[in-house]
Design a protein around this ligand. Structure first.
Ligand SMILES: [Fe+2]
Length: 237
């Protein structure tokens, strides 16, 4: 073997070794896309009110809503979380991942808003007081004007489904009534204080298609003490 051949061989061997080293480094730094991640686990919250005592909404309706619809949503959220935690990012299509993320968002919204809905119902009539009462007057002109807007937004969902949400917006430092079609996201950043369910399952058994009567019953049954507690917490965000 000539000197030139030896030098070429040595150079080739060096390149090969370098290539192996690069491959090893690339392997080390490759993202671990197939590693399973912790599974989030949601638990259905119990109904803390006595449904027999909520004026304007029947106990049968409230139990079916809580034990059926809401509990099913919690189960669905856990199923989605389970699938997402085990997903192989090297194999899944963008379309399938997109569907799962869409469903995850809708189901997270649904479970959170249902919890706020049941949390916002009182066994006996209450009235807004303290800081929340002042904020309602400041941001809506009066409690009556807030009620009128809240109810009309509910009526705007007559032809569909969704939620009306009283929320605190930390950026604007004020209250808003938001409208969420289906379980879609309402404006980012808002902290929900009170939610009214405008899906048929929330009223049809008691009121048929008369959403105006359902809305009136809901507004009369609001547990304002809980809404005010959420408001105080939201102002610390
Ligand atoms: Fe519902």
């Amino acid at each position: 073997m000539t000197d030139i051949s030896r030098r070429s061989l040595a150079a080739g061997a060096g390149l090969l070794a370098g290539a192996f080293a690069f491959g090893a480094r690339a392997q080390q730094s490759a993202p671990q896309v197939t590693t399973a991640i912790p599974v989030p686990k949601a638990t259905a919250k119990p109904l803390v009110i006595n449904p027999e005592k909520v004026k304007g909404l029947s106990a049968d309706l409230l139990r079916a809503h809580h034990d059926g619809i809401y509990a099913d949503e919690v189960k669905k959220l856990n199923d989605i979380g389970e699938e997402l935690s085990r997903i192989d990012l090297a194999e899944v299509t963008p379309g399938r991942l997109g569907e799962l993320k869409r469903d995850e968002q809708a189901t997270q919204n649904s479970t959170l808003l249902h919890e706020l809905y049941f949390d916002g119902l009182a066994e006996a009539p209450t009235q807004p007081a303290g800081l929340l009462s002042q904020a309602l007057s400041r941001d809506f002109g009066s409690l009556d004007r807030w009620k009128a807007e809240f109810a009309l937004i509910g009526r705007s969902l007559d032809a569909g489904s969704g939620w009306v949400i009283l929320a605190y917006a930390p950026r604007e430092k004020r209250l808003f009534n938001y409208r969420a079609e289906n379980d879609a996201m309402s404006p980012a950043g808002g902290v929900p204080l009170l939610a009214m369910d405008m899906y048929e399952h929330a009223y049809a058994a008691d009121y048929g298609t008369d959403t105006a009567k359902y809305i009136e019953a809901f507004v009369q049954a609001i547990k304002w003490t809980n809404a005010e507690r959420h408001y105080r917490e939201a102002m610390r965000v």
